[in-house]
Design a protein around this ligand. Structure first.
Ligand code: 2IT
Length: 447
């Protein structure tokens, strides 16, 4: 690590010692910026690293709501407006009981580079709450979303900050929040993405993250004269990203042999396809959060309680559940079983040790900020359609999404090569994503 980078990183470790996930994300990015920091002294002169690790603004607020029993409930809400150098803050909202400031700072930080990679004018932000939507009634979810937006609405806007969904926030929650924003602001604008099709949503947005992951995997395999066709694939999770990835993997002729949930992994040697993919949506809508339901419903399926899918021998692994869901031991098991390609659908799926192991073994490995950028890219396309007050066809959106994923892949490959680390998608993604934002920050002066 270069001395400027290690000074900034050590300072951050002192000042944010309790923010473990944020420090992990910062270390991965900063470490890989060594070649560009050494080549371009202007970044140090302009204190770009010190500035880029500090959010422009962090908002934390009380979210009071009343449950179905009439009892008062209090949660903590957040919005981290991390960087607006290249566009309005953009990024999802996560509702999950484990959400802390550290979680949202790591996600907001990742979002800066991811959004830059899409080539669209979007800054980085993230928000959410420590609210657990599982087991809540629809009315409880609505009341929570309304209360959350009652505070958030004054901090966001279509040219200021445009939230979307993430874990625990899907079409239903975005719709409740949109309704409340519209009521408070007295404006119908594209202030959120992932909206319903009847009120400004974009076709393909629900599938976009998972589709993008598989488009990216296909591009990576192409660099080795290979493709997704005939590949055995393990996907973790059964949420929105896993669902989109399962559809596209099937489209490209691969076989998805595993999906997972917090309760364990299902191994389905016949493949998760057809009605089984639709069943992923049913499992999510049930709010039970149990993938074991899949094993009870379909024949020939094994359930591995408490296990993650990385024990199943596959060619391609797509972690699509949550951060740090794949550690160095999992990485070793995967590679020993013949896996050649690991493409992240969740943000920071792999621990730092797992990332280092993949890079060292020269396996095809893509960090989430590159390979899962299709979701936010399609949110960017939703913003464009809202601004133009029109809607594109499914094919038009899908074609743009596909082109964006190809472009991100090329940007990673090119930057990695230019800075002396050919084939390293971590270096490529971080350097390419950073350069555009850092140059915009230099141009805009000390703000
Ligand atoms: O992690 C992500 O990129 C998202 N949750 C999507 C964010 C967005 O604004 O569509």
């Amino acid at each position: 690590m270069n001395s400027y980078i290690s000074t900034v990183m050590n300072d951050l470790k002192t000042r944010c010692s309790w923010e473990k996930e944020f420090l992990q994300a910062a270390e991965e990015v900063l470490d890989s910026l060594t070649p560009i920091i050494e080549r371009e002294p202007k970044y140090k002169a302009h204190k770009i690293l010190e500035r880029i690790v500090e959010p422009e603004r962090t908002i934390m607020f009380r979210v009071p709501w009343i449950d179905d029993k009439g009892e008062f409930q209090i949660n903590r809400g957040y919005r981290v407006q991390f960087n607006s150098a290249i566009g309005p803050y953009k990024g999802g909202l996560r509702f999950h009981p484990n959400v802390t400031l550290s979680t949202l700072k790591f996600l907001g930080f990742e979002q800066i580079f991811k959004n830059s990679l899409t080539g669209l004018p979007m800054g980085g932000g993230k928000g959410g709450a420590d609210f657990n939507p599982n087991g809540k009634s629809e009315n409880e979810v609505m009341r929570f979303c309304q209360s959350f937006m009652t505070e958030l609405f004054r901090h966001i806007g279509p040219d200021t900050d445009v939230p979307a969904g993430d874990i625990g926030v899907g079409g239903r929650e975005v719709a409740f929040m949109f309704g409340q924003y519209k009521r408070l602001a007295n404006e119908f604008t594209g202030v959120l993405t992932g909206k319903g099709l009847n009120f400004g949503g974009s076709l393909v947005r629900p599938e976009a993250t998972g589709f993008g992951v598989v488009y990216f995997a296909e591009e990576m395999l192409k660099t080795r004269g290979d493709s997704m066709k005939g590949k055995k694939v393990a996907i973790s999770g059964f949420g929105n990203v896993a669902w989109g990835a399962a559809i596209k993997a099937n489209d490209l002729g691969a076989k998805v042999v595993a999906i997972s949930g917090p309760d364990g992994t299902v191994h389905d040697p016949d493949g998760v396809s057809g009605e089984k993919i639709n069943y992923m949506l049913e499992m999510r809508a049930s709010g039970r959060d149990k993938v074991e339901d899949y094993a009870s419903k379909f024949k020939g399926v094994e359930f591995h309680a408490g296990k993650r899918p990385w024990i199943i021998p596959v060619d391609v692994a797509l972690p699509c559940a949550i951060q740090n869901e794949l550690n160095d031991k999992d990485a070793e098991v995967l590679l020993n079983n013949g896996c050649k390609c690991v493409v992240e659908g969740s943000n920071m799926s792999s621990t730092l040790e797992a990332v280092r192991y993949f890079v060292e073994k020269k396996v095809l490995y893509a960090p989430g900020k590159a390979s899962n950028a299709g979701g936010v890219a399609t949110s960017g396309l939703e913003m464009s359609q809202n601004s133009m007050r029109l809607g594109w066809t499914r094919d038009e959106v899908d074609k743009r999404l596909h082109d964006i994923m190809i472009n991100i892949h090329n940007a990673c490959v090119t930057a990695a090569k230019e800075y002396g680390h050919e084939g390293n998608y971590v270096m490529g993604a971080n350097i390419a994503g950073f350069k555009k934002v850092a140059d915009a920050m230099v141009d805009q002066g000390l703000v």
